[in-house]
Every structure is written in structure tokens, then in C-alpha cells.
Write a protein that binds this ligand. Structure first.
Ligand code: PEP
Length: 252
């Protein structure tokens, strides 16, 4: 039985004061029902604040990115062991903003996934097609190529078996457009089948596959009702505690 995960990617937003308010509200309004796992992804400068406010709560925290190298002369980067040092459980890897704005490659992303797992983190591996690729019906091929880079890494199968996958169509991120629940379900089941064929059925059956792209409380019920959608990666709406908690409450 896969538990639902509702994860909030705060991107480059916040301040100490705003995060204090946001986390206090989240903690105070978390539903008593424990059918959902919660996680937030603050900017790296605020991870220590999240740790001190969330330790002992039911909300986990993680990094938005990680370096593919363990340590050394990589100015501006944050290592997997540093995230672990601050209590992170998860790390987002391969978000479309990293792929498209910072030109991260599939191979670099695979290295990050492997090093994160070796440090004890659970990667949230983001995959998804751009609008042009969607319109050219390339979704399946794009996602397979993104997953193949991980699967074909010498340590990749083991690493992917300890990861969460997030299907995030790039055209739906921050745009207000959302994949229909049927379309998202179709992509999710294809991802699960691909993992089953190339990594193993047991891994595929237990793997949490999240949907991300303009998720809000008013579209989350139908998304979370799909059999292969095991949660959501939420951007904009995760900065509003009522909306973020509201999304989790949509899970029956
Ligand atoms: C995201 O950044 O991962 C995301 C899904 O953003 P939004 O919910 O704002 O579309």
C-alpha cells in the first residue's frame, strides 16, 4: 500500500519571518488523520530554520537541489551530506527549472540521484515534457530518456528503488494549466510499467509517483483519486498553508 505524499516546493521564496509564519500555520493546521505524509522544501538558507521548527512534527523537510560531487571546490553548491546534517529526509532532483534554466543534463541528474541515496536521502526525481514535446506527442519518449539516464548508471537501479518520482509536465508548472487526471494517470501508469520492466516489479509497485503542475485544492481531489497518483509536488500553492493543507485533505 503506497502512502500519499504531499510535498511543497517553495522555490526561491521566503524570509525568516515569512517561513516562521508559514511553518507555524502548517503545524497548527495539520489534520489529525495520518493518511498523508507531508514534506516541505525551503531554500537552502532556511533549512536550519525548518529543522528547528519541524523536528518532532509529522512534516519532513528537504533540499531543492544537491551537488553531484561529495565535497570540495564547488562554489555555491550544497552537498548531500550537508542536507543530511540538517535533518533533510528528501531532496528534489531534476526539477524542470534546474533542467531548463540551469541546463542540468540527464547524466548530471543521475549522478545527483546516486550521491543523494548514498548519503541517505530520498530523491524526488522530477521528469516531464515541455509544451512543444507534449504537442509533438513525445511525452513517453522524453520521460523514458530521463529515466534511462538513471537506470543505466552503474548504481542507478538501486538509487531509483529508493526514490520518489514526480511527473511534472513543464507546460503545467506555474502556468495555471493542469494535466487532466486521466492524462496524468496515463503517464503515471506508463512510468510504473517502465520501472517494472527495467528495474523490477516490486520496486515499481511500491514506488510513490507524484503529480506536479498547478495543483490546488480545487483540482487535487480528482488527481489524488487516480490509482497511480500517489501524491503531489506543489509549487505556488505550497506557500499558502490553507491551500497546501487543503490539497492533502483532498485525499480520501
Ligand atoms: C513545481 O514547481 O514543482 C510546481 C509544480 O509548481 P506549481 O505548483 O506552481 O505549478
Amino acid at each position: 500500500m503506497r502512502k500519499t505524499l504531499i510535498a511543497g516546493n517553495w522555490k526561491m521564496n521566503g524570509s525568516q519571518a515569512a517561513i516562521d509564519q508559514l511553518l507555524s500555520s502548517l503545524k497548527a493546521s495539520l489534520p489529525e488523520r495520518d493518511n498523508v505524509d507531508w514534506a516541505v522544501f525551503p531554500p537552502s538558507t532556511y533549512i536550519a530554520q525548518a529543522q528547528s521548527m519541524l523536528e518532532g512534527s509529522r512534516i519532513a523537510w528537504g533540499g531543492q537541489n544537491v551537488c553531484e560531487h561529495p565535497e570540495g571546490a564547488y562554489t555555491g553548491e550544497v552537498s548531500a551530506s550537508m542536507l543530511v546534517d540538517f535533518g533533510c529526509k528528501y531532496v528534489i532532483i531534476g526539477h524542470s527549472e534546474r533542467r531548463h534554466i540551469y541546463n542540468e543534463t540527464n547524466e548530471q541528474i543521475a549522478e545527483k540521484i546516486v550521491i543523494a541515496v548514498e548519503a541517505g536521502l530520498t530523491p524526488v526525481i522530477c521528469v516531464g515534457e515541455t509544451q512543444a514535446q507534449f504537442e509533438s506527442e513525445m511525452t513517453r519518449e522524453v520521460i523514458r530518456t530521463q529515466l534511462d539516464a538513471v537506470i543505466n548508471h552503474p548504481e542507478g537501479k538501486e538509487a531509483i528503488s529508493r526514490s520518489v518520482i514526480a511527473y511534472e509536465p513543464v507546460w503545467a508548472i506555474g502556468t495555471g494549466l493542469t494535466a487532466t487526471p486521466e492524462l496524468a494517470q496515463d503517464v503515471h501508469i506508463r512510468i510504473r510499467s517502465y520501472i517494472s520492466e527495467n528495474v523490477g516489479k516490486k520496486v515499481a509497485d511500491s514506488m510513490q509517483i507524484l503529480y506536479g503542475g498547478s495543483v490546488k485544492p480545487d483540482n487535487a481531489t480528482n488527481l489524488l483519486a487516480q490509482p497511480d497518483i500517489d501524491g503531489c509536488l506543489v509549487g505556488g500553492a505550497s506557500l499558502d498553508p490553507t491551500k497546501f493543507i487543503g490539497i492533502g485533505k483532498c485525499k480520501n
